[in-house]
Design a protein around this ligand. Sequence first.
Ligand code: HEC
Ligand code: HEC
Length: 381
Amino acid sequence: MTPIDAISKGHDCVEDDANRRGNVMNLRKILPVLLFFLFGGIFVSVGSGVAHQESSSSMFGNGTFEIAGMRVPDIGPLPTAVPTPPMNLNYKSKTKLGEQLFFDGRLSRNGAISCAFCHTPGLGFADPKQVSIGVGGKQGGRQAPTVYNTGFNPVQFWDGRAGSLEEQAIGPIINPVEMAETHENVVNKLNQIKGYVEQFQAVFGTTVNMQGIAEAIAAYERTIISTNSAFDKYVLGDKAAMSEEAQWGMALFKGKARCILCHNGSNFTDNKFHNLGVPQVGPMKEDLGRYYVTRRPEDTGAFKTPTLRSIIETAPYMHDGAFKTLEEVVDFIDAGGGANQNLSPLMKPLGLSVAEKTELIAFLHALTGEEIPFKFPELPE
Ligand code: HEC
Ligand code: HEC
């Protein structure tokens, strides 16, 4: 039996992901002044994953997969285009401006803390610290997730409190434990910088404002994509791209180890919230997670399923950075998660052997995307 045979049957070929994703997403009004955000969001996808789908095996991608009586989106190659809201179409000058803003510490109160300070290229656009440290050495309570592929996710933050990248981008600037600045100050400061004033004129036809900052940063983030991993190549037909060990790991991922119950679809996340009973470590005594957003008791201690793409680059793991290695994570999930009165019913002890855990981790390594060539952008004066 090959690893492929070991994956249980039950794949339907349905519409490609990009088309299915093109449904309504509700973007919420966040600030009355930012009327822009009321675009009530039909997300369109420029281009589609069709080219991918044709060459992919019918076993993979863009279909659904049945496990434990549930039908979930199959894992598969990432669509070739990131979903982009029609109100913020990407173009080169906008993403270039967004890149500068992402790396510019002047968006923070002390001039030193840029987005990239905690979402560092070369470190998986994440933060190797257990919890992030912002202006004045203040500690936040959560581990900084990667920015990779956030453009594919309809919810942002561990608790999903932001819906779009535009909405997300303005949060850290005013967060007292992150950039600790006010929107008014940022706008005033950037309006003193000739290079920004000129670019805002060219891109938006306005002076610097929060809406433009949010749009440009979000447009840049949509270019930070982890794809073309060994896994993508494998499912698109290059059977030599993934080691046999990783192929067995994939079979476990979709079978005995049940990871696909939550880490599913082309970005390896269901974009839903689950309580895994992760031990709460770090400065927060208790983190109720999704409950803060919905106030529903069943959401207590539930966090967003993170993507697993390029996961080896973004240790430590979990919302509070409780685990330093993938081995620790797999051991934890193998044990059925942690004791918690609100533990997800999808969690149960798996009984994985040492060899099976090694295979699973080999598969996680195969999700590492192609390196993104990176040069620190020149910041305007
Ligand atoms: C001081 C460190 C720090 C800075 C500075 C920072 N972030 Fe973050 N970022 C975090 C942490 C921590 C989280 C998770 C917070 C949470 O879930 O409550 C996060 C979450 C995110 C997410 C959501 C990812 C996901 O998968 O849910 C995005 C996107 C993001 N940040 C982008 C940015 C941008 C853009 C900036 C600059 C405007 C920025 N960050 C500045 C630490 C930081
Ligand atoms: C019930 C849904 C569910 C299942 C099943 C599940 N996960 Fe997760 N996974 C999550 C959630 C939710 C988190 C974040 C939990 C937290 O931080 O409290 C997570 C976190 C992780 C992380 C850390 C990611 C990061 O960026 O910090 C890894 C790695 C991981 N899971 C791998 C796996 C593997 C491998 C399996 C199968 C053995 C698996 N998961 C099964 C939902 C699930």
